[in-house]
Design a protein around this ligand. Structure first.
Ligand code: ADE
Ligand code: ZN
Length: 326
């Protein structure tokens, strides 16, 4: 049962949105044989912990090799979201994953743009792209990705971010990369407070020009930091299903979504890497209803928060607010 409250998603990794079936189809398209341990006996992605997840994610992503592949991944994901009632989705793209299989920044972008435009035509869903760097690949690669973002501006590329292993390097190491993009006028977000604690969130907030945080949930470990998030109106891209799947929290009753919300933090709901974590944007809204007790009014507020915090132009936001109120 997917609640029909209009939904908006700010945090989904495009390479992590490709279903196992699509990954197998793309592997066949390129005559690539993936290691059998990429999948479990049910055909789902097989991984054991967060760092192993990142490895399997890299392997599965390596079959996305052409603009057409990126188009197909984007189109299928957005159409699935639209079928669950999503009206707006920001997808994070990773030029480093594209480069690992020989694809240029502009080639990967061309495919994603085609996927967004085709899905908009076929379903009405609106999409934007947040280009991300990968933290464990280091600051120089981050600067390289940032330079490409600025060198190839596109109407649908509306933000910059960073994922990867939160325990690698320090946020300040990536300040040069973020400053390049920020100086060009694009807003930024960063993963923090997912697999590391409140000190990691504070380090990210102190060093990087971000308006939103990917996850950010472990800020709950420091009440002063929670107050700072409230004061600065930092929006949290909360991904409860992801946090349970990766073991950040053992179960939903331990998850701090409600505590953060009650403290005044601005909360959105997101799927992160849906097929890896057995989730979807619709299921995140459903669980927020069934497990966190958010009624339809509260869920609609979550959508309005996402629209407010979206990296999109004012006219697009106006139209989205109108749609979300229906
Ligand atoms: N890249 C893809 N999924 C991620 C996650 N959940 N955290 C950090 N980096 C990621
Ligand atoms: Zn993420």
């Amino acid at each position: 049962m997917i609640t029909m409250v209009p939904k908006a998603e700010l945090h989904c990794h495009l390479e992590g949105a490709a279903s196992p079936d699509l990954v197998r189809r793309l592997a066949a398209r390129h005559s690539v044989v993936l290691p059998s341990e990429t999948f479990d006996e049910n055909g789902d992605f097989a991984w054991s912990d967060f760092l192993h997840f990142l490895k399997v994610y890299d392997i599965a992503s390596s079959v996305i090799r052409t603009p057409e592949d990126y188009r197909d991944v984007t189109y299928q994901y957005l159409m699935d979201c639209a079928a669950e009632g999503a009206i707006y989705v920001e997808v994070m793209s990773s030029p480093d994953h594209a480069a690992a299989v020989g694809m240029s920044y502009t080639a990967h972008l061309e495919g994603i743009v085609a996927g967004i435009e085709d899905a908009r035509t076929d379903s009405g869903i609106e999409g934007r792209i947040i280009v991300t760097c990968v933290r464990h690949l280091g600051p120089e690669r981050g600067v390289e990705v940032a330079r490409q973002v600025v060198a190839h501006p596109h109407d649908l590329v509306t933000g910059f971010g960073m994922g990867g292993d939160e325990n690698a390097f320090e946020p300040r190491d990536f300040a040069p990369a973020f400053e390049i993009v920020h100086a060009s006028g694009l807003p930024c977000t960063v993963h923090a407070g997912e697999v590391a604690g409140a000190e990691s969130v504070r380090a990210a907030l102190d060093a990087l020009p971000v308006q939103r945080l990917g996850h950010g949930v472990r800020a709950i470990e420091d009440p002063d930091l929670v107050r700072e998030l409230v004061d600065k109106q930092i929006v949290l891209e909360v991904c409860p299903g992801s946090n349970i799947a990766t073991g950040v929290y053992d179960n939903y009753s331990d998850h701090p979504l409600l505590a953060l919300r009650d403290a005044g933090c601005r909360i959105t709901l997101n799927s992160d890497d849906p097929p890896y974590f057995g989730t979807s944007i619709g299921q995140e809204y459903d669980r927020a209803s069934n497990l966190f007790g958010l009624d339809d009014t509260a869920l609609r507020e979550v959508t309005m928060t996402a629209i407010d915090a979206a990296f999109a132009d004012p006219e697009t936001k106006r139209k989205l607010r109108e749609k979300a109120s229906l």
